[in-house]
Ligand binder design. Structure first.
Ligand code: HEC
Ligand code: HEC
Ligand code: HEC
Ligand code: HEC
Length: 121
């Protein structure tokens, strides 16, 4: 019966190396980017290309300028709170973007404020 025992040992070794392989693969896969390079927003007014990386490097240092919720909630997704249709307590997703984007462009006096200079694609 020793050959049956050998087989069990062989299978055990195979399973162990497979699990080790999967763990190694998972731990060496690089993490998703923390600062996306650019984001293309698809919407009915025309696509908007947003240079996220340049904005956070050259135009502001502070993630909180746009992700204002990070102090109490870690989500980077505006839609988690600003849904497609807003109400008096909560801006819609598009209004939250318009106020953030155009607000800064107007304050600084640089960056597009005309509809079709953002919705240009
Ligand atoms: C000028 C405004 C602005 C600044 C500053 C900014 N972000 Fe963003 N970021 C956005 C917008 C807008 C989105 C898109 C959110 C959405 O689709 O709901 C976004 C999305 C993201 C996402 C999610 C990307 C995805 O694929 O869903 C991550 C992660 C992120 N930002 C990280 C950061 C970090 C880290 C910083 C600071 C270094 C930062 N952001 C600063 C505007 C900004
Ligand atoms: C976790 C929930 C949450 C997320 C995610 C979130 N917001 Fe908000 N946002 C709120 C709440 C709550 C308010 C109203 C209270 C306040 O002003 O903080 C608000 C208000 C705003 C306002 C109006 C501020 C004012 O002074 O009246 C803007 C503009 C805005 N959000 C833009 C954004 C943008 C752009 C994103 C994504 C980059 C985003 N928010 C993500 C919860 C969120
Ligand atoms: C903290 C201030 C700030 C915020 C918030 C901001 N921008 Fe800008 N944006 C700038 C500045 C500064 C420029 C550069 C203007 C120049 O150099 O002519 C710019 C330029 C741009 C340009 C011109 C091309 C480019 O990428 O440089 C686009 C398009 C743009 N912004 C879109 C957006 C969008 C979309 C949002 C909101 C998701 C946004 N911006 C939020 C400051 C800001
Ligand atoms: C600074 C850049 C910028 C400017 C200027 C701008 N928008 Fe937008 N707009 C955006 C972004 C970003 C979104 C959100 C896109 C998304 O998440 O799909 C958006 C979304 C929209 C939507 C989609 C709303 C929905 O519910 O799907 C409409 C319509 C729109 N904008 C119209 C306009 C009009 C009209 C103007 C001029 C008065 C304008 N935009 C100016 C960046 C801009």
């Amino acid at each position: 019966m020793s050959s049956k025992r050998d087989l069990k040992v062989a299978i055990l070794i195979m399973v162990i190396s497979m699990v080790t392989g999967i763990i190694c693969y998972a731990s060496f896969t690089p993490p998703a980017s923390e600062n996306p390079v650019r984001i293309m927003f698809q919407n009915k007014a025309g696509k908007v290309l947003f240079t996220h990386y340049i904005h956070t490097g050259d135009y502001t240092e502070d993630c909180l300028d746009c992700h204002h919720n990070l102090e109490y909630d870690e989500s980077y997704n505006c839609s988690e709170c600003h849904e497609e249709t807003g109400d008096e307590d909560m801006l819609s997703r598009a209004d939250s973007m318009h106020q953030t984007c155009m607000g800064c462009h107007e304050d600084i006096g640089a960056g597009p404020v005309e509809c079709n200079s953002c919705h240009s694609l």
